[in-house]
Design a protein. Structure first.
Length: 261
């Protein structure tokens, strides 16, 4: 169904009363106007209502200004002959060719694996500002500022985020953060996968005790964790039958996570 921007105005003469009496030119002109019928056809009239225009009515040839129950405008619709369709908002290649208002946001991709995207939305649901921020790293929100998984035998990081590792001796490591700052000693969580059973001059057994961790803040605010990974090591029995066990530093793969603010 075609909707035109122009229309036909048809004036149809009515009928004056048979006893019409001319009493003055102004009164006669008004009587002629009152008796004239005016029809507007094929033009872009609009119908404003919260309810859908009646099917098959003349209102289907008009643009429908859809309202809510409080008479707020929800949008414009036109009837294509079978159903009501929303009138699209034109979006062109330039600002001059689009009906959308400028949002104030630069066209870009926001957010990444290391950045959070933040947006400001106005009361109409339009995005008016966008930016990127570093993730919050407070221990209370469960988000890590830095982490690393490294091979204990070399201290080489297999995967890491804002961390570096050095190995001072078997089972002893220093993990330092970079690109993040702490105002107090960070909370450091470390774990390892345990040891393989081994034998040598003395026996050792597969156990997985807790890792000793001491944390501190370096100059500049970087976090530092000193790790010691130990396992129970049997050094034999004394003449009185006492078993000799000591804490033996040993290498194993380690995972470390830093929390704090």
């Amino acid at each position: 169904m075609a909707i035109t921007t122009g229309g036909d105005v048809t004036l149809s003469a009515g009928t004056l009363d048979s006893n019409f009496c001319h009493t003055g030119w102004q009164a006669t002109l008004q009587a002629f106007i009152n008796a004239t019928n005016v029809n507007f056809n094929n033009g872009a009239l609009f119908f404003a209502s919260a309810s859908t225009p009646a099917a098959g009515s003349a209102d289907e040839s008009k643009i429908w200004c859809k309202l809510d129950s409080s008479d707020n405008v929800l949008g414009w619709y036109w009837h294509d002959g079978s159903a009501w369709k929303p009138v699209p908002i034109p979006v062109g290649a330039s600002a001059a060719d689009t009906a959308l208002p400028a949002s104030g946001v630069t066209a870009n991709t926001y957010g990444s694996a290391t950045k959070h995207a933040t947006f400001t939305v106005d009361a109409y649901g339009r995005v008016t500002a966008a930016s990127e921020v570093d993730p919050t790293a407070a221990a209370t929100d469960g988000m890590a500022k830095a982490w690393v998984r490294f091979a204990g035998s070399t201290g080489t990081a297999a995967q890491s985020y804002n961390c570096s590792v050095s190995r001072s001796s078997a089972g002893n490591y220093i993990v330092t953060t970079s690109n993040v700052t702490f105002t107090a000693s960070p909370v450091v969580v470390a774990s390892h996968s345990g040891f393989a059973h081994g034998t040598g001059g003395a026996q050792s057994f597969t156990v997985s005790p807790a890792i000793k961790v001491a944390s501190s803040v370096e100059s500049g605010g970087d976090g530092k964790a000193v790790l010691t990974v130990e396992r129970a090591h049997w050094d034999g029995a004394e003449s009185n039958g006492d078993e000799n066990w000591d804490a033996h530093g040993d290498d194993t793969d380690v995972s470390v996570v830093f929390f704090g603010s």
